[in-house]
Design a protein around this ligand. Sequence first.
Ligand SMILES: [Zn+2]
Length: 240
Amino acid sequence: MKIVIDPGHGGSDSGAVGSGLRESDIVLDVALKAGSKLQKAGVDIIFTRNDDKKVTLEERTSLANAQKADYFVSIHANAGGGTGVETLIYKEGSVAGNLAKIIQEYIVNALGLKDRKVKARPDLWVLRKTNMPAVLIELAFIDNPSDAEVLKNSKDEFANAIAAAILKFIGKGDVEMPKFKDVPDFHWAKDVIEEISDLGIMKGFADGTFKPDEPLSRAQAAVLVKNLIDYLNNKKKKGG
Ligand SMILES: [Zn+2]
């Protein structure tokens, strides 16, 4: 399985700008993060660019076609007065349409952005000139202050949602969204952290983090032991 991840714009072409952000920077970050997550899941990923350089549209689609990629996923940010996320495809009712629907759903659920749905855009070069199913994700509106805030602060969430959607689509199973944003899949204690958090013995913080590598204070250790005692007592009561 080979997927081309295409961060839009780059170099002298910044794409849309707004709220002090450049589209080319945001989409590069999200693309690299999503791609690396997919690589860890065993997917062969080709980036059309992995730094801030200019790549023509022709170079992007030629690379994907020459590599005989299975899918092409372009990542952009929107502008022009609107809000929310939309995913663009060449035409409705296609394989790309099914992939786009899942990506759209995962991003809307993960980020709480307005659902602008999947739309056909046969005029777009990267959708028209690719030989494989291709989608173009417009993450959010860079010139809308509240969308821009999400673009700036939630790159990991965008990347995780895109990677999880692609993995689901290509049948690599139901990949769950990470429970804590600072406990990645590859953290050595991820499973244990998620398990004791599910049991209510040791919880994360309100901002969605767990701070896995911070030391425990005596007060936190006391709370932990108390939660553990409560858990064991409850379990005994229930006869489990
Ligand atoms: Zn763009």
